[in-house]
Design a protein around this ligand. Structure first.
Ligand code: HEC
Length: 92
């Protein structure tokens, strides 16, 4: 019994660190946090700077750093995907 409980706690601990962001919603986060300095027009303007998926990811990291949110890795990737699916459409 003791072992069982210990095992269960361990498993819980692991999932919460590995996926701390299960309820992260890229669209809501974006609307709430990413439209203060620029709106979504910067993603579609003709002279936009991001021109590849890796650049998009690093730009998301940079803007996250500016914002001071310190998003989890998974959330950065989810946000990158969100922008790619909705605006950039780079091939994965
Ligand atoms: C502190 C202000 C600030 C916040 C908040 C911010 N950004 Fe930015 N972002 C910038 C600036 C400045 C640029 C560069 C704009 C330019 O080149 O004219 C930029 C550009 C970008 C670009 C590149 C646009 C292009 O030219 O292709 C992306 C993508 C982007 N931001 C994503 C985000 C995301 C995602 C968030 C929310 C996590 C966010 N930004 C929040 C300041 C901010």
């Amino acid at each position: 019994m003791r072992n069982f409980i210990f095992g269960a706690l361990c498993a819980l601990g692991l999932t919460s660190t590995a996926q701390a962001s299960e309820d992260f919603q890229a669209d809501k986060f974006h609307q709430a946090n990413c439209t203060g300095c620029h709106d979504s027009k910067v993603y579609t303007r003709s002279n936009r700077r991001v021109n590849s998926l890796p650049r998009l990811e690093s730009q998301v990291r940079m803007c996250d750093a500016n914002l001071g949110k310190k998003l989890f890795e998974d959330d950065i990737l989810a946000l990158t995907d969100y922008l790619n699916d909705n605006y950039y459409h780079f091939k994965k």
